[in-house]
Ligand binder design. Structure first.
Ligand code: CMC
Length: 391
């Protein structure tokens, strides 16, 4: 390959050093700053995990209280930002709105964009973590024609988001603690995942010294794709299309057919060649939420049966394809009441924590340089320009 290593899709290139997240894909292990994801999902809270990712250690009680207070202080968005929503068509995809509105934050918060100042970087990070639920809820409210709700700061991060999404000004909204806990856990599962496509995008955008709010907008754009964060929406749509367990073999056959572009959504992963540990927690979360809400959804039965059939099929065994985080997340988000179009926006909300933590780590790294991949040129060799009337 000449002077450069050719590595399409960066399957074997480390782009940075990072102390945030460790994945052992063969064993199905995921650690944040050394702590197993299963323990964090069971025992921690999303705010605590956010603190851990940003500040390297779990907080003391005081530190956690202060962090919660700081995030709470930043939950409101500038009043003028509400105008941006009205520029979108009502049927705009929430991710289209998120790309635009989060990017627009860069025009509002100039006092936190000197990236050479660690304090300003932290303020920008807190603002992004705090404002994402407000913006995501506003995107939803706009799509259904209901008024925006201001944040209510005596609620938890996740409770506040639930109220801004499902509450209306005419009524008190009581946050259901089981739903709050389940959604908080889903946020933990999505908080960070080392150098995935959207995180690498945030790092690459940030490597030029770009405005942090714009960098996160770049991450949102990348996350939207169905091979990445868009898979949760695609997975539930697929499960609903399959409808009943009897139709599963037809879809398995399609996924195995090389002439058919169809893939089992929520299956397979670049790094995990074993069960994605997040999928294990997510499957349990489905059971918890269904039990608490006393609901059933045949789509869950279809998902369980599809998993069982795929995991016993030679194609999936040979290629080491297992359910990933997105396979069950749609089932539970749908039970909570989110429309499929909001799923990826929720992923973006949670992943903002990882994005800002990775961005801070990059900027403080003395080895940091602008990201500038090289290429293997395959175009024509030098030739002379021919005027248009001679062509
Ligand atoms: N269904 C059927 N076949 C698959 C699937 C699937 N879901 N995933 C991979 N394969 C096959 C693929 O056809 C290829 O076969 P072959 O070697 O014969 O060409 C082989 O497995 C390896 O796939 P790949 O595309 O080279 O692997 P990758 O590491 O580039 O892609 C992936 C990883 C996640 C994009 C892919 O598995 C996929 O498209 N899955 C469905 C989408 C999805 O669930 N994405 C969410 C990922 S986890 C959360 C996130 O990152 O946002």
């Amino acid at each position: 390959t000449g002077r450069f290593t050719y590595d399409p899709g960066f399957t074997s290139t480390a782009s940075c050093e990072s102390g945030l997240t460790y994945i052992d894909g063969a064993e199905g292990v995921l650690l944040h700053r050394g702590y197993p994801i299963g323990q964090l999902a069971e025992q921690s809270s999303f705010m605590e995990v956010a603190y851990l990712l940003l500040n390297k250690e779990l907080p003391s009680k005081d530190e956690l209280d202060r962090f919660n207070w700081t995030i709470t202080r930043h939950t409101m968005v500038h009043e003028q930002l509400a105008q941006f929503f009205r520029g979108f068509r009502r049927d705009a995809h929430p991710m289209a709105i998120m790309c635009g509105v989060v990017g627009a934050l860069s025009a509002f918060y100039h006092d936190s964009t000197d990236i050479t100042d660690p304090h300003q970087r932290m303020v920008a990070s807190h603002r992004l973590i705090a404002k994402m639920p407000t913006i995501a809820a506003m995107a939803y409210k706009y799509s259904i024609g209901q008024p925006f709700l201001y944040p209510q700061n005596d609620l938890s991060y996740t409770g506040n988001f639930l109220r801004m999404t499902f509450g209306v000004p005419a009524e008190e909204y009581a946050v259901d603690p089981v739903i709050e806990k389940a959604l908080d856990r889903i946020f933990i599962l999505h908080a960070d995942h080392e150098q995935n496509a959207s995180t690498s995008t945030v790092r690459l955008a940030g490597s030029s010294g770009a405005n942090p709010f714009a960098c996160i907008a770049a991450g949102i754009a990348c996350l939207w794709g169905p091979a990445h964060g868009g898979a949760n929406e695609a997975a539930l749509n697929m499960l609903r299309e399959i409808g009943t367990p009897e139709r599963i073999p037809e879809y398995i056959a399609r996924a195995k057919n090389k002439d058919d572009p169809f893939r089992l959504m929520g299956f397979g992963h670049r790094v995990y060649k074993n069960y994605d540990p997040r999928a294990t927690v997510m499957q349990q979360t489905v059971r918890d939420v269904f039990k608490a809400m006393n609901v059933q959804d045949p789509v869950f039965e279809t998902a369980l049966r599809l998993e069982e059939i795929a995991l016993n099929d030679d194609y999936f065994i040979e290629k080491k394809l297992f359910p990933n985080v997105d396979f069950y997340s749609g089932v539970v988000l749908s039970a909570i009441g989110f429309p499929t179009s909001m799923f990826t926006a929720l992923f973006a909300l949670a992943r903002t924590v990882g994005w800002v933590a990775q961005w801070n780590e990059m900027i403080s790294d003395p080895a940091q340089k602008i990201g500038r991949p090289r290429q293997l040129y395959t175009g024509p060799t030098q030739r002379d320009y021919v005027p248009v009337d001679k062509r």
